[in-house]
Design a protein around this ligand. Structure first.
Ligand code: UFG
Length: 318
């Protein structure tokens, strides 16, 4: 089976490409290289350079494909607060273009990269898939709008679809050709930034006045390889005319101070940090209930926070 991976040159998409190839799938990648890297891709995939805003390019990329994994999106919470129109355009309009072209091409199977940011500030922790959705950022709002469009397409056109709502994705994968891991410019994510923290330039912690046990935000961190193994299971599990929404996390929450302690322990050095004001768009606590992923996908995360930190560190060493 040939799978179209949109955003396949990005961090999470390129790990998907690697594991799909490992499992014997043929792969086409559609990526505009706005944040992705061409050198993250193996030579044996078809690469189409272009945007999900261009319907003709999507149609070309869909040639011979039977399924789509859709990662192409703008994905930073703080950037989305500054540029909401850009997020709406790429994430919502781009995904609607993709759905329309899939219908025209008769491609009926979709795994969508959704997010825990769709839930906003949850009323109950851990978060289940029937929890209220009330996004605190334009990023979360755009992904929620796409989830709704996919539900409609499943009802109307018989699409077989699964949306996977990621919590905080970390780590990398070591391939024969080297590590694939986060390479964002600028880097906004906690663990990669923490690894660069020095006493001259300590990492800034965004708020210690949140309603949590130590005042810092709590997140649920998941290793990128566990995450993509769930995508491959979802590709097989999707059923015609049905749209399932499934959380992907580890099921455990860590405060930022706990992540700093775990990272310091893994590195054998006390990492410096300084407290600053809250960042716009952040909810206080996001922790997943992952029972639906276990049941529907037969999936279980196996890589812990120490491995996420170690892999991120190893990848940064090259
Ligand atoms: N943080 C800091 N300092 C930093 C970076 C982050 O204090 O330098 C804090 C943030 O304020 C937040 C936590 O660390 O409380 C995690 O922040 P990240 O930027 O690493 O990740 P986010 O939680 O903002 O977002 C990530 C993905 C989203 C996804 C979300 C779901 O980027 O796409 O997880 O939980 F929606």
């Amino acid at each position: 089976m040939r799978v179209l991976v949109t955003g396949g040159a990005g961090y999470i998409g390129s790990v998907a490409v690697a594991l799909l190839r490992r499992d014997g799938y043929d792969v086409t990648v559609l990526d505009d290289l706005s944040t992705g890297h061409r050198d993250s891709l193996p030579a044996d995939v078809r690469f189409v350079e272009g945007s999900v805003l261009n319907s003709a390019i999507i149609a070309d990329a869909l040639t011979d494909c039977e399924a789509v994994m859709h990662f192409a999106a703008k994905s930073l919470v703080p950037e989305s607060v500054a540029k909401p129109e850009l997020y709406h355009d790429v994430n919502v309009n781009g995904s609607k273009n993709l759905l329309a072209q899939m219908k025209l091409a008769g491609v009926n199977r979709l795994v969508f990269s959704s997010t825990a940011a769709t839930y906003g500030e949850p009323e109950v922790i851990p978060i289940t898939e029937i929890s209220q959705t009330n996004p605190t950022s334009p990023y979360g709002a755009t992904k929620l709008e796409v989830d709704h469009a996919i539900t409609e397409a499943a009802k109307r056109d018989g699409l077989a679809a699964i949306s996977l709502r990621y919590f905080n994705v970390v780590g990398g994968i070591k391939l024969d050709r080297g590590w694939i891991s986060e390479r964002h410019t600028p880097e906004t994510h906690l663990i990669p930034n923490l690894l660069r923290s020095t006493s001259a330039n300590p990492i800034k912690i965004f708020g210690n006045d949140w309603p949590t046990k130590d005042g810092t935000c709590i997140r649920d961190y998941i290793h990128v390889v566990d995450l993509i193994e769930a995508h491959i299971a979802a590709l097989k599990a999707a059923k015609t005319g049905s749209h399932e929404i499934i959380n992907l996390g580890s099921g455990s929450g860590y405060s930022i101070l706990e992540v700093i302690a775990a990272t310091s322990a893994a590195l054998g050095t006390e990492l410096p940090y300084e407290m600053t004001a809250r960042r716009a768009g952040d909810p206080a606590v996001l922790v997943a209930d992952i029972s639906k992923a276990r049941t529907l996908l037969g999936w279980q995360p196996t890589r812990d926070l120490a491995q996420m930190v170690n892999d991120t560190y190893e990848a940064a060493q090259g």
